[in-house]
Design a protein around this ligand. Structure first.
Ligand SMILES: C[S@@+](CC[C@H](N)C(=O)[O-])C[C@H]1O[C@@H](n2cnc3c(N)ncnc32)[C@H](O)[C@@H]1O
Length: 230
């Protein structure tokens, strides 16, 4: 499968069966045990990012681009905390759901704007660019291009998460337990942390904070990188 196919497949998936599946996982209604485990893991990743940004104490008014925002799990609480958020996703269905949720959750949606866009077509400049659990859909060469593009939009900071390539996870994937379920129609790519760090460094960024979320079925390595001085 070439990378153009990956993008087309991912977009179609998140506008159809993937939309139904992930909208439920990223919601609060009844789901099966595996989906509940993934929901819990994903929430931990979101909470870690929120805790990092809140700890810095300058969230109000900070310009943030949430690339591949899904149903707004991160964008909505960031906007609630006062950040100026641009949330976009390649799937119009995901963006539609994010808009609905924002209307329900926020008293005022003035500081949250949405777009339906491939993250590689984004332009502009933001203090912080965030891309959570998106790189899992793309192979290494495509992920490198995407990170380079995201880096070009980030004035100061880039926060990324990816499924780390470790021996244990490779084995899990082989025996079919990784991202299981009948609606799993996209490939899940794992990435070596050393490769992602190298890509960030070659784009002028260096790692500041990191975290790992692992539950039974959800594995996400989170890296915060800032523009290196000089
Ligand atoms: C697993 S979900 C994660 C959503 C969100 N970042 C979160 O953590 O809640 C992956 C999302 O990435 C989006 N996506 C995949 N490829 C993309 C691309 N090339 N540009 C923008 N969004 C993309 C999908 O449509 C989907 O909504």
């Amino acid at each position: 499968m070439n990378t153009l196919d990956d993008k087309t497949v991912v977009k179609e998936y998140f506008n159809a069966t993937g939309f139904d599946r992930w909208r439920r996982i990223y919601g609060d209604g009844d789901v099966n045990k595996v989906q509940l485990d993934i929901r819990t893991g994903h929430q931990q990743t979101v909470d870690t990012v929120l805790s990092w940004l809140k700890a810095d104490g300058d969230l109000a008014g900070l310009s943030i681009c949430d690339a591949g925002c899904g149903v707004g799990s991160l964008s909505i609480p960031l906007a609630e905390a006062g950040a100026k958020v641009f949330a976009s996703d390649i799937s119009e269905k995901m963006v539609g759901e994010a808009k609905e949720r924002a209307k329900e959750c926020l008293d005022n949606t003035n500081n949250l704007t949405f777009g339906v866009q491939d993250l590689e077509a984004l332009n502009g400049s933001y203090h912080t660019v965030i891309c959570l659990d998106v790189l899992i859909h793309y192979p290494q060469d495509k992920a490198a291009q995407m990170i380079a593009h995201l880096a070009s939009l980030a004035e100061s900071r880039l926060i990324l998460s990816f499924a780390p390539k470790t021996l244990a996870l490779s084995l899990l994937k082989k025996i079919g337990e990784f991202f299981p379920g009948p609606s799993k129609t996209t490939r899940a790519y794992q990435h070596r942390e050393a490769d992602i760090v190298k890509i960030l460094e070659s784009n002028g960024f260096s790692i500041q904070r990191n975290a790992m979320t692992s539950t039974r079925f959800y594995f996400s390595r989170l890296l915060e990188a800032t523009r290196s001085s000089g």
